[in-house]
Write a protein that binds this ligand. Structure first.
Ligand SMILES: NC(=O)c1ccc[n+]([C@@H]2O[C@H](COP(=O)([O-])OP(=O)(O)OC[C@H]3O[C@@H](n4cnc5c(N)ncnc54)[C@H](OP(=O)(O)O)[C@@H]3O)[C@@H](O)[C@H]2O)c1
Length: 277
């Protein structure tokens, strides 16, 4: 039986919908900071594969609690990888565009050198490395700008804010929005194909937060001019963000894996099920 950890998160929830028969672990059932509990808990479940959707994802707060971020994003991931290696079962764990520094001018591919510029990115890169070292057959899926109809995320925040007022949105950071159910479907396909190593998986096409926000409004019937462009400097955050974190893949075509649909199409689907929710 496939096991989904972080089952109440945004991506975990998408996997639960896709795999209703899967075993699940929430934080209440297994707190990954109790790293010593991980092997016994997994052995009791005897999963046939593990999809790790649990993570410390508070990008700004991670600057103040890097040790906690590391425990969940690296130490626990290593323990999961050690278990999966010992049991010889597939392991998927997720990583992020924030392992890159954002100085590139063309899409980052799987072999691009990572260089995180914030504590969250460093913890996720440490997790990638720990997983690979413990279990070279682990699948590490890097994704970015995840949205869904089910959880709090940028798309839903814009939807409710712009319905009320003008909203200032950063226009000089580029990335690839990714619909959680599309990520889950594409990742499951990669697992079924036996893909290992690092794989970039996002919906197709880059954009900026500003353009994404305008598109959210357009789809939802809100005047897109309610969205005002600002610079990163006008919206300071505790954790610096990469200016350009567009992910591309040098592997998908060779592996016979299809590109994901354009993010605009996925956004329509997401909003179709969340407008008014
Ligand atoms: N969201 C994005 O834009 C984005 C972008 C790039 C990469 N990613 C990666 O994609 C993956 C999934 O992200 P997501 O958007 O689904 O994040 P999420 O919604 O924040 O979900 C993370 C899950 O991890 C659980 N968790 C946190 N600390 C835990 C602990 N100590 N023990 C056990 N479980 C714990 C959370 O439990 P609770 O429900 O109890 O809080 C939550 O269910 C992560 O690896 C993330 O780094 C996400």
């Amino acid at each position: 039986m496939i096991l989904i950890t972080g089952a109440n998160g945004q991506v975990g929830t998408a996997f639960r919908s896709l795999l209703p028969e899967a075993a699940v672990l929430t934080r209440a059932e297994l707190d990954l900071t109790s790293v010593g509990d991980i092997p016994g808990r997994l052995a009791g479940l005897t999963p046939s594969a593990i999809i790790n959707c649990a993570a410390y994802t508070a990008v700004d707060r991670a600057e103040e609690e890097p040790d906690l971020a590391n425990q969940i994003n690296a130490t626990a991931v290593q323990a999961l990888a050690e278990y999966a290696a010992g049991a010889a079962i597939p392991l998927v764990t997720f990583s992020t565009d924030y392992v890159f520094d954002g100085t590139a001018t063309e899409p980052y591919v799987e072999s691009s050198p990572p260089h995180p510029i914030n504590a969250y990115g460093r913890s996720k890169l440490a997790g990638e490395r720990a997983a690979t070292l413990a279990y070279p057959e682990a699948l590490i899926v890097r994704t970015s700008w995840v949205f869904s109809a089910t959880h709090r995320n940028f798309v839903k925040t814009i939807l409710s804010a712009a319905a009320e007022r003008r909203v200032r949105v950063v226009a000089d950071q580029s990335g690839c929005p990714t619909f959680a159910p599309d990520l889950a479907t594409a990742t499951l396909r990669a697992v079924q194909e036996g893909v290992t190593g690092t794989l970039h998986t996002t919906n197709s096409g880059p954009t900026t937060w500003f353009e994404l926000a305008r598109e959210v409004c357009a789809v939802a019937g809100i005047d897109p001019d309610r969205i005002e462009p600002i610079t990163t400097e006008e919206f300071p955050t505790r954790a610096p963000r990469p200016r350009y974190s567009v992910l591309g893949s040098e592997r998908r075509a060779g592996l016979g894996l299809p590109e994901l649909r354009p993010w605009r199409d996925a956004l329509r689907v997401a909003l179709g099920s969340s407008v008014g929710a």
